[in-house]
Design a protein around this ligand. Sequence first.
Ligand code: FE2
Ligand code: FE2
Length: 232
Amino acid sequence: MSMIDPHVSLAALVLDEPRRAELFERLGFDYCCHGESSLASACTEHDLDVDTAIRMLEASTAPSASAPEHDYDCRSASTAELCDHIVESHHERLRLELPRLVETLTTVVRVHGADDPHLSALARVFDELARDLLDHLEREEQVLFPACRALEAGEGLDRQGLLEELEHDHADVGATLPLLRELAGGYDSAAARCSTHRALLDGLQALERDLHRHIHEENNVLFPRIRSRLAA
Ligand SMILES: [Fe+2]
Ligand SMILES: [Fe+2]
């Protein structure tokens, strides 16, 4: 008999077993910005039989399953450790990848833009996302994370509205990612026009997966933890 309850939220399923995130990526289930959705409702939305989804979830964590890309267990980390992990694993990656992908996109638009009008739109949307994200990282690192560390050490948090602002940014990113995916033809590298275009599609897809993980760790672990400390 299955141990997975279909009424449990997507975020809780990933928190219990981080390896489940890989399957949710493949199924297109949003476990970060809409992590409160239950497995059953995500299945209904994606027209997938819930028992099939449960079998896939069980297989994804079976001992024979392939090694996961991510298996960081953020629940067992202290708040300071979690902030360090987010900066080292996600923010530093974004600071490297965003300018690199902007540059690659510029090249691809220059070479293939006339044949594919979606490429210019993709570049415009991605440029704006990259700018917004870099600003967002600064606010987290300069204001929120120091405040989280101070809160863990027993101090107060004087910018309570900041959590809402940052969550709002996450929702904007969460709404932009499907648009980028659509403009990029679902990141289907078989449809790439050249090797640079293929590298761009692979890079954008990897960035999307990492942003889902990153926002999940903030929205579903760090921010609730900070709110519960403030309420205590
Ligand atoms: Fe972040
Ligand atoms: Fe964030």
